[in-house]
Design a protein around this ligand. Structure first.
Ligand code: LLP
Length: 407
């Protein structure tokens, strides 16, 4: 099924535009490399996601945007304006979400290594604390209870279930099996519920899961929802929410475009699974929390870069650009595919390796790509870089962190 996801990029008269504006013009105002984001596209994906949840009858959906995907303050402010909450995994992300004005009552705190300082900050950031600590270990539960007791507060918690499912994605971003460090097994959760000393200053308000990222099919999601629902049935406590995590993928390649589950298919599948495995068997109606990252911001952003020079080694041709793996690490880290587009189209195409300036062979954005023969100063755009681009950037080789520009 063809699933064309909107993007801000479009060629007009052989020149690339971004939200209708000439990329050459935008690039004349900013030093390369820089990230460029489209507010219009951001709005489109957030609204599509939320409205699709409503349309499919998901009860009181709460979108807790996964801040790790893109933590630009203007992006967060915009999402707050659209009604989003946040899924954070560090006190830094929590502070940024609060700075953007996101309601603490819409913030869930995930992550396997929440420290005492981070837990205390989250407990005290509002008189009611945050919406939920998504607890990933028994030790963490004990610590939250202890700190809440000291602060004379009640911490709202959910257990992150490890549903033991295998997902079809890169092994580095698969998180739902017992060999992964994430979440708790059902048996451990049920055991913890029976220990009264864990619960003097904590209250169980939900259950959560997150099985992996860049999910293109939904089979594992259905199995995981079933596991989450079974656990919810085994717990007598009435829950306020079930959090089904993030993970919905985007099309980086043409093959992905043809098989990718759309937002609508995702919501339909989730709604059907939740009804079949949970709502149809109980009178209770907890709300559904989502933690999407990539699907909200992935398509709104590109990395804009200029060619430094070209070179050949016998039959190998290299186009060396000023963006490197320190700016966008996904190709080097996950062998991820990102389309590289020349800002000026030309009929004369060559096969070239697009490489960066970093002293590593993995600093390569694409091998044997069909592109115009470019020269020093020409502009290129690396597409679909709105998610896990800038947030994963580093200063490797003492390079500056690329600027971000929001249009
Ligand atoms: N919730 C939790 C608990 C997560 O760990 C993540 C992502 C999300 C939600 C959001 O997942 P999304 O909807 O974006 O798939 N750096 C990798 C992706 C790592 C994802 C980590 N967790 C990449 O560039 O592909």
């Amino acid at each position: 099924m063809k699933n064309i996801l909107p993007t801000p990029l479009q060629y007009k008269k052989n020149k690339l535009t971004f939200d209708g504006i000439s990329l050459e013009r935008i690039a004349s105002k900013h030093p390369t490399p820089f990230y460029l984001y489209s507010k219009k596209t951001l709005d489109f994906y957030y609204k599509s996601f939320y409205q699709s949840a409503i349309k499919e009858g998901i009860p009181s959906p709460l979108v807790c945007y996964a801040v790790k995907a893109n933590s630009n303050i203007e992006v967060l402010k915009r999402l707050k304006k659209l009604g989003s909450g946040a899924d954070v995994v560090s006190v830094g992300e929590l502070k940024k979400a609060l700075k953007a004005g996101i309601d603490p009552q819409k913030i869930v705190f995930s992550g396997v290594a929440k420290s005492a300082t981070e837990i205390l900050f989250a407990l005290k950031c509002h008189k009611r604390g945050i919406y939920s600590f998504n607890v990933e270990s028994i030790e963490e539960l004990e610590l939250i209870n202890l700190l809440a007791k000291k602060e004379k507060r009640i911490a709202r918690i959910s257990f992150r279930l490890n549903p033991q499912v295998n997902v079809k994605t890169h092994k580095h971003i698969s998180t739902g099996n017992k060999t992964h460090k994430f979440g708790l097994l059902k048996s451990d959760i049920l055991e913890a519920l029976a220990v009264p000393s864990f619960w003097s200053n904590t209250t169980l308000v939900g259950l959560s899961m997150h099985i992996g990222s860049q999910l293109t099919d939904l089979k594992a999601t259905v199995v995981a929802i079933k596991e989450l629902a079974n656990l919810a049935h085994s717990i007598e406590i009435p829950l306020e929410f079930l959090d089904i995590g993030g993970g919905l993928g985007i099309d980086y390649t043409i093959e992905e475009r043809n098989k990718l589950a759309s937002i609508t298919q995702y919501m339909q599948t989730a709604s059907e699974a939740l009804t079949k495995f949970y709502y149809s068997k109980t009178d209770h109606c907890p709300r559904i929390v989502f933690e999407p990252g990539r699907i909200i911001v992935g398509k709104m952003g590109v990395l804009v870069s200029r060619v430094v020079r070209t070179k050949t080694s016998e039959d190998c041709h290299f186009t060396i650009i000023d963006a490197g793996m320190n700016d966008l690490i996904r190709p080097a880290l996950y062998d991820a595919y990102h389309e590289v587009l020349a800002v000026n189209q030309s009929k004369k195409m060559i096969l070239t390796d697009i490489v960066g300036p970093i002293c590593e062979t993995s600093d390569c954005f694409g091998s044997k790509r069909k592109l115009p023969a470019l020269k020093s100063g020409d502009l290129v755009v690396i597409d679909n870089a709105g998610a896990y681009g800038h947030t994963m950037a580093s200063r490797y080789n003492e390079r500056d962190i690329a600027q971000e520009v929001l249009i």
